[in-house]
Design a protein around this ligand. Structure first.
Ligand code: ADP
Length: 557
């Protein structure tokens, strides 16, 4: 129950609720002291009509105390607040019964009886019916507002609203000297100080849950809240002031009853129309501000899209420009290695191997960047065609084998006969080279295994390594562009953080996906899914596909 009361967050609403609770406690304490020392001013504030009775003041202190307890709604405090609410309810109920039966039950009006008897309250010490109802409503509201049950909280708000209505009628009765409004009983009524205390109590209760029901309209920072906060106080006060002015005018005989009513209506209508105009102007300004924001957002979005297009164009051009010389470098390395341009020493051959590996790495990075720009432009996948998985895996292993061998890793691959996917063989190869290349890169000893299998309508290719693994938190992020587990300063591995982002986007464009399962220190398994062609088609395509390359000894034939 403790986590559902919203007041405990140091907000303005909490302060209002707290102030309501304190007002009730202090007014109750003031009146009680008044009775104890016999000071009439303390008992009634205005001294014209009625005083708050001593047992009423006890009820006020208990109700206000319950509101204060609920400000920090721990289990114990809620229990204590509910105990106080139950006490108040029983007190009011016994007074109600006593009034109905004409017999004072349980000495309910016995406090300071000698002093109370000298007041014109009858029966002696029993508070008025409207106060009794207001107390009962407050007690029910306190129970409801501290509840987990939504409906109970709605009932609490309703009780508080009725309580506010009762207190407002009594207050107006005092303001307009109209006893019928505060004294429903013949010899008892709600004192001005009592009405003020009840008002504070209901406000205190309502602001315990400021973000629920109609209260949310009062406190929220949205347009509705801002408009309501501007208009509500004046909307409540202005008609009350007009009423008071009308009465004063009548008493001074400034106008007749009829012309007074006419003036009252004219002023009230003018006020209402003014308030409507003010709200309309406020709404129009808000609307204009929103339109301006929207326009600004559109302009900024267009600029951002333009910048992104320019970036893609630039990267596309640069990638092409870089690939051409890089391919030339690799071509010349091949030429020199073949010995056409003269004999090659062992040291030179080792240097040539390094040159080729660096150039290949650069080409892969450039290809990733180019793919990314094409993916952005929506032109990465050109055509969907039957793809023999065996052929693709064969090519992938052919490319990764030298890298794996250089690190002393076992590279294995397995592909059942006749597996045919619908896709783009170039792109599928690119994805698997990225995943397999990562497997080799992030594994220092052990193996990298590539396996393809049919799973219902899809073909899944898993790339499993025995490398460093990836923590669950990082698994979420490795598919982001330019993201790497190791930060710039701690990097041990090369790469641009693009391979997985590109691979996943390509796979998704092919109707599949790339997913990962991994354990830090326990290796990783990346799975690519692609759409499978029908089995019939598969056998035909595979027959046409070339056999496994014998140059890949680790690939089981
Ligand atoms: P990079 O070019 O940096 O390898 P990727 O997008 O391919 O970019 O991978 C992003 C990051 O994900 C890598 O830098 C690495 O931290 C992590 N990662 C990818 N594959 C593996 C793997 N097989 N084992 C461990 N970490 C991996």
């Amino acid at each position: 129950m403790s986590d559902v009361i919203e007041a405990g967050s140091g907000t303005a609403a909490r302060r209002v609720s707290e102030a309501g609770g304190w007002a009730a406690v202090l007014l109750g304490a003031m009146v009680f002291t008044g009775w104890a020392v016999g000071n009439e001013r303390l008992m009634s504030i205005d001294m014209r009509f009625l005083a708050m009775l001593p047992n009423t003041s006890v009820g006020m202190m208990a109700t206000g105390g319950a509101i204060l307890l609920l400000q920090v709604p721990t289990h114990r405090r809620v229990l204590a607040a509910r105990t106080l609410a139950t006490f108040v309810f029983l007190l009011a109920f016994i007074v109600l019964l006593s009034r109905q039966l004409g017999v004072e039950l349980l000495h309910v009006g016995a406090l300071f009886r000698e002093r109370v008897t000298s007041y014109p309250y009858r029966p002696v010490g029993l508070f008025a019916t409207n106060s009794t109802i207001a107390f009962m409503l407050s007690a029910v509201a306190l129970w409801g507002i501290s509840s987990d049950i939504r409906a109970a909280r709605a009932v609490a708000r309703l009780c508080s609203a009725i309580g506010i209505a009762i207190a407002t009628i009594a207050l107006l009765g005092h303001l307009y000297d109209a006893p019928a409004l505060f004294a429903f009983d013949r010899f008892a009524g709600m004192a001005l100080v009592t009405a003020l205390a009840f008002m504070s109590i209901q406000v205190g209760i309502l602001f315990l849950r400021p973000h629920e029901g109609a209260m949310s309209l009062v406190v929220e920072r949205d347009l509705a809240g801002r408009l309501l906060r501007r208009l509500l106080p004046a909307t409540v006060l202005v008609p009350i002031v007009f009423g008071a002015v009308w009465l004063a005018g009548r008493e001074a005989s400034f106008f007749s009853r009829e012309s007074g009513v006419a003036l009252f209506i004219v002023f009230l209508t003018a006020w209402n129309a003014g308030a409507l105009l003010l709200s309309a102007r406020y709404l129009r300004r808000a609307d204009e501000a929103r339109t301006r924001l929207l326009e600004r957002e559109q302009t900024l979005r267009a600029a951002a899209e333009e910048a992104s297009r320019t970036k893609s164009d630039f990267l596309g051009v640069m990638s092409h420009e870089l690939r051409t010389p890089l391919n030339a470098i690799i071509g010349y390395v091949d030429l020199m290695e073949s010995g056409i341009s003269g004999p090659v020493s062992d040291a030179q051959r080792s240097h040539l191997t390094r040159i080729r590996s660096s150039a290949s790495h650069l080409i892969r990075t450039v290809s990733d960047i180019l793919s990314l720009t094409r993916l952005d432009a929506g032109s990465a996948i050109t055509a969907l065609e039957p793809v023999s998985l065996r052929q693709v895996l064969d090519e992938v292993v052919g490319i990764l084998e030298p890298l794996a061998r250089a690190k002393g890793l076992a590279l294995t691959a397995h592909c059942p006969d006749g597996l045919v996917a619908v896709g783009d063989s170039h792109r599928l190869r690119q994805i698997l080279i990225n995943l397999g290349g990562n497997g080799v890169k992030f594994t220092s000893s052990g193996s990298v295994a590539i396996e393809a299998e049919a799973r219902g309508n899809v073909i899944a290719v898993t790339v499993t390594d025995t490398g460093i693994g990836i923590s669950p938190a990082d698994q979420e992020r490795i598919f982001d562009e330019f993201w790497q587990v190791e930060g710039d300063l701690t990097r041990r591995f090369d790469g641009a953080g693009l391979g997985l982002a590109v691979s996943r986007r390509l796979a998704r464009q092919l109707g599949g996906d790339v997913t990962v399962t991994s354990e830090l220190g326990g290796g990783s398994t990346f799975t690519v899914t692609v759409v499978s062609a029908s089995l019939q088609a598969a056998s035909g395509s595979v027959a046409a596909a070339p056999a496994m390359s014998p140059a890949s000894p680790s690939f089981p034939a």
